[in-house]
Design a protein. Sequence first.
Length: 409
Amino acid sequence: SSSSSSLPAAASLTKPESSALEEVEEEEDECDISVSVRDPEKIGDGMNAYMTYKVSTETSLPMFRNKTFTVRRRFSDFLGLYEKLSDKHGPNGLIVPPPPEKSILGMTKVKVGKEDSSSDFQERRRGALERYLQRVVNHPLLLQDSDVTEFLEKEELPRAVSTQALSGAGFLKMLNRATDAVSKMTIKMNESDVWFEEKLQEVESVDQQFRKLHAMAESLVVHRKELSLNTASFAKSAAMLGSAEDNTALSRALSQLAEVEDKMEQLHQGQAANDTFIFSELIADYIRLLGAVRGTFDQRMKAWQRWQDAQAMLQKKRETEAKLLWANKPDKLQLAKEEITEWETKVTQHERDFERVSATVRKEVLQFQKEKTKDFKRQIIIYLDSLLQSQQQLIKYWEAFLPEAKAIA
């Protein structure tokens, strides 16, 4: 086929032709809709101020009225969308991507108008909201949801009321509650399918590692920003020494050194931004996503529990019937028989539900792992590329300065 010829040779060597093709087709599938979140704007003043964002969609999907459309949304609208999707699809075992949680501190800075300190926060939040929406629309089942299409298309949304609860602490509490429930029930659950137990342990362990890595990445950013500030101070000192020095060649070399250090400061600053936006934020996304993955295991446990409860109830009804037979009470026997039939139906229904949720969770987790690998591969290549460019720039600056240093006489 024509598309196989466009594959890089390496890909077709390392993979059987068909799977390499599937990957290309998959990538193309994802391009049917892309969402961007831009232009954060502060509405109102003081502590009543709130942020709105421009949400633009480009798509070739026939389910939308237009190919491109733009709406403005408040931060609480994003949280409201998550809550609706979570309530609707969570119990069925879908992984609903979570938005960034509320940040009281970050928003207070924005409201009080400390622009410089808040711009970093703004950019982080804008990026996180964009990736959150893109993940939602990349999920074929969530994309079909009318709440999603309304969010992207409808000019005005009804105000989201209940999102107050989703502050950072509340959000994490919600996820941790889910995990506690899971760990309590895992003990009771006679795990017929070892796969789920192993996967849950895997998720827990990856989550811990991601949290450690995120803390290290954030501390790297802090150090790089400090390095940038110190480099700027060093550049100033070199420049001042250069202007005080009476040996012309030495004076010139020092002022050239100051210029190089100034450029270094810019590089360090740029790299600190790359550390944050290319690498650290991706890890933060995945810490949130792993919480959502843990939530699907919790939903599966709940489905299992409903099935067990129904079985216990059926057992009770059968015991009641046996007692009535023994006591020879035919008048009550008919009702008891009807109740048994009713609970037999319920048991069957709950068992089917459990099987269905289990199958969905398994499918979702496997898809999640695939996406995770793809995401990290893409971001790590971009990140390494940024480091490489920064190093090459560094070498250029020093190589240009070397003749100046050698010319000191």
